[in-house]
Design a protein around this ligand. Structure first.
Ligand SMILES: C[S@@+](CC[C@H](N)C(=O)[O-])C[C@H]1O[C@@H](n2cnc3c(N)ncnc32)[C@H](O)[C@@H]1O
Length: 250
């Protein structure tokens, strides 16, 4: 990749990284370092609302999940909670793949559940080891924001979806008004302190609010989705916009 092209890339940039390769490596190292306590921290820091968000997302896709022979990919699956939320609603002949580039995360996911229709794969979202048009539904919960190149990530999602296939990206947002004010205090001050104390690792919980701040606002993200090839791109806020679900059809 030439320098000019590199400079135009929009994606996660943890402190100290200046290109796609170093950003990806820093993100992978960061999640690997918190994998052992990731679930506990997630539930504590989100006050357990994360479970509601995964359930709410999975519920949107009942029709696909129950159709015979469907293939679903949960990208950046971490320890698999979104994957399991999908699997609980899936029909018997639906296959669900959970993919993540952190070995430690995938290992924990596979220890939590190994139903016969679940497949766990160590893979980079920017270069997926799947042929074109393989999946009817692709989800990603709180993972997409961490990609080192959002447009490349969207293009890869489009590539692996079947024509008419659906994409669902659940991620944090930045609410406005007094809720936004309270949320920012929690997210920028309280959460990094508790996260660092409980995980014993300093970087990741300072990176989290910084990455949310850098993530494109809904209007821009929807435009990027359209440019990547999605139609009917929409965003639905969850919990006053603290999180939200991007959807689109290939
Ligand atoms: C915040 S966690 C979310 C995990 C899970 N989806 C959830 O909702 O709890 C983000 C995950 O994205 C993974 N990730 C980040 N960039 C990735 C990439 N380029 N390819 C694959 N996984 C990636 C990280 O390893 C991490 O497990």
């Amino acid at each position: 990749m030439g320098l000019d092209e590199n400079q135009r890339v929009v994606g996660a940039t943890p402190v100290g990284t200046e290109d796609r390769a170093s950003a990806s490596k820093a993100v992978r190292d960061m999640f690997t370092s918190i994998a052992p306590r990731y679930d506990l921290l997630n539930h504590i820091l989100s006050l357990n609302i994360d479970r509601l968000w995964w359930w709410r997302t999975a519920r949107q896709f009942d029709e696909i999940l129950k159709r015979p022979g469907m293939k679903v990919l949960d990208l950046c699956c971490g320890t698999g909670d979104m994957t399991f939320a999908l699997n609980r609603r899936a029909g018997p002949s639906t296959t669900i793949f959970g993919a993540d580039f952190s070995h430690a995360m995938i290992e924990r996911a596979s220890q939590k559940g190994s139903a016969t229709n679940l497949r766990w794969i160590e893979a980079d979202a920017l270069s997926l080891p799947f042929s074109d048009a393989r999946f009817d539904l692709l989800t990603s919960a709180f993972g997409f924001r961490n990609l080192a190149d959002y447009d490349a990530g969207l293009r890869e999602i489009v590539r692996v979806l079947t024509p008419g296939g659906q994409c669902a990206i659940l991620d944090f947002g930045e609410p406005g008004g007094w809720i936004g004010h309270a949320y920012r205090i929690y997210f920028k001050k309280i959460l990094p302190t508790i996260g660092t104390l409980l995980s014993g690792v300093r970087g990741p919980y300072a990176y989290l609010p910084a990455s949310v701040e850098r993530f494109p606002a809904p209007a821009e993200m929807l435009e990027r989705m359209r440019q990547a090839g999605f139609r009917e791109a929409t965003w639905t806020p969850y919990t006053f916009g603290v999180a939200g679900l991007y959807r689109g059809f290939k």
